[in-house]
Write a protein that binds this ligand. Structure first.
Ligand code: LLP
Length: 422
């Protein structure tokens, strides 16, 4: 039995499998809470973008904020992927994974001078700059370091991507990007600064976008700008169209990456921009449906108004429900004959906001395992140590092979770097 949106996570008989491993066996072997990822699901998601871009000068830069575990980065790097980073920490991860910074773009609205220096020293391919003030600072830092920073401007196309307010980024009211109206002036400014070389244009309009329309609108706005900028004698070599493609958590039916990209390429060609290098920065759509957060049912607590299924994973392991009221599918790792009961699935953290799913029909008993699906993106990367809970272990599954790619955090890890006072 397959589960919508989760290729490679399916029931075989009564047992939930990820690729060729029973999820409950992994939970016994590695403990819970446990993140499990399907390597094939990640590579297939990437291949969708790659198929559409074949034969073109292109670079897919995986937005590693979605899942920055070193083995995940290695998996994508081995498949020719580049990376979109937003901090010095993410740069350090890329380097620790043995990845060439020549395929790295550095995004983000608040890069520090230290981060700029690190990225220049490493030799990143491009900085996606988000304000005039940042242009000035980056140029100064580059001159000081005796380097030239290759840049693109992240422009704000003022297009409504129709997503959750916290994850929509392409509107004027958002803190992101340079306003469409002032972009030409910012490009002129950039071109005149000594430490910078303009190479591209960038936009990113939001996340969990389920329609092609907003992408096409944003692309048109970007191409209008490219034409204006080039009329001023500034060459734009690449178009970076950002990330944001949705995945299926419940009944969303986003376009396949291949369909989206082909549609955008057709528009790019139609408008005579087919000679430019094409870049994307997908995060969620490469890893989201590849992962699950596996948890043990600790207690069933029936109540007058609500029944609670208390599990050992919590909002510190998976923040999305608490933070965005996100709906994530929760399934039992073993199917039982008993009729399902409606539960709120909650964790041990001392907050009413600590829930993973509300009003879920589950046939489970204490000691069973449940899996929160579509948890591969913005799960582990948003995990915290709240309530002094160690972060979960992570396992990468490929066929029958299950590799531990991150140890479970131990108590000593929680206060490493702290100092007792006399
Ligand atoms: N590029 C830029 C500049 C971004 O800000 C983002 C995501 C991406 C690419 C990748 O977007 P994606 O393909 O993953 O949609 N924590 C939220 C999502 C925040 C997205 C932030 N920016 C969540 O769990 O839904």
């Amino acid at each position: 039995m397959t589960i919508p949106g989760s290729p490679h996570i399916a029931y075989r008989g009564d047992a939930l499998f990820i690729e060729d491993r029973a999820v409950a066996d992994l939970a016994h072997e590695f403990g819970t809470p446990l993140y499990v990822y399907s390597k094939s699901a990640m590579l297939e998601a990437l291949a969708g973008y790659q198929r559409a871009l074949e034969g073109r000068d292109h670079l897919i830069c995986y937005a590693m904020k979605a899942n920055s575990t070193l083995a995940v980065l290695q998996t994508f790097a081995a498949a020719e992927c580049g990376f979109d980073i937003v901090s010095g920490g993410e740069l350090a991860r890329v380097l620790a994974a043995g990845i060439s910074p020549a395929k790295v773009v550095f995004s983000g609205v608040g890069k520090t001078r230290t981060e700029m220096r690190q990225a220049l020293d490493a030799g990143v391919m491009c900085f996606n700059v988000e304000s005039d003030a940042e242009l000035e600072v980056l140029s100064a830092v580059a001159v000081e370091s005796g380097k030239t920073a290759r840049i693109s401007l992240r422009v704000n196309p003022d297009v409504d991507a129709g997503t959750h307010p916290y994850i929509s980024t392409g509107l004027k009211a958002n803190k992101f990007g340079i306003a469409h109206e002032s972009a030409v002036a910012s490009y002129q400014r950039a071109a005149a600064l000594p430490g910078l070389e303009v190479i591209g244009i960038d936009c990113h309009i939001g996340s969990q976008i389920t329609e092609i329309g907003p992408y096409v609108n944003a692309l048109d706005r970007v191409l209008d700008l490219v034409e204006k900028v080039e009329a001023h004698g500034i060459t734009i070599k690449h178009l970076d169209l950002g990330g944001g493609l949705a995945i299926t958590y419940t009944d969303e039916a986003p376009p396949a990456a291949e369909t989206l990209v082909r549609r955008l390429l057709a528009r790019i060609d139609e408008r005579g921009h087919g000679h430019r290098k094409i870049m994307f920065e997908p995060g969620r759509s490469l890893v989201g449906n590849a992962g699950a957060l596996v948890s043990e049912v600790l207690y069933l607590k029936p109540g007058e108004e609500k029944n609670f299924c208390i599990v050992d994973a919590a909002m510190n392991d998976m923040a999305r429900p608490a933070m965005y009221q996100a709906w994530m599918r929760i399934v039992a790792c073993g199917l039982r004959e008993a009729s399902p009961v409606t539960y709120d699935v909650v964790g041990p953290v001392c907050e009413s906001g600590d829930w993973l799913g509300r009003d879920r029909a589950l046939a489970v008993e204490a000691g069973d395992f449940v899996a929160v699906l579509s948890a591969g993106a913005y799960g582990m990367t948003m995990a915290s140590n709240y309530n002094s809970r160690g972060r979960a272990a992570e396992v990468l599954v490929s066929g029958e092979r299950a590799l531990l790619i991150r140890d479970r955090e131990q108590a000593v890890d929680l206060f490493r770097g702290e100092h007792l006072i006399d």
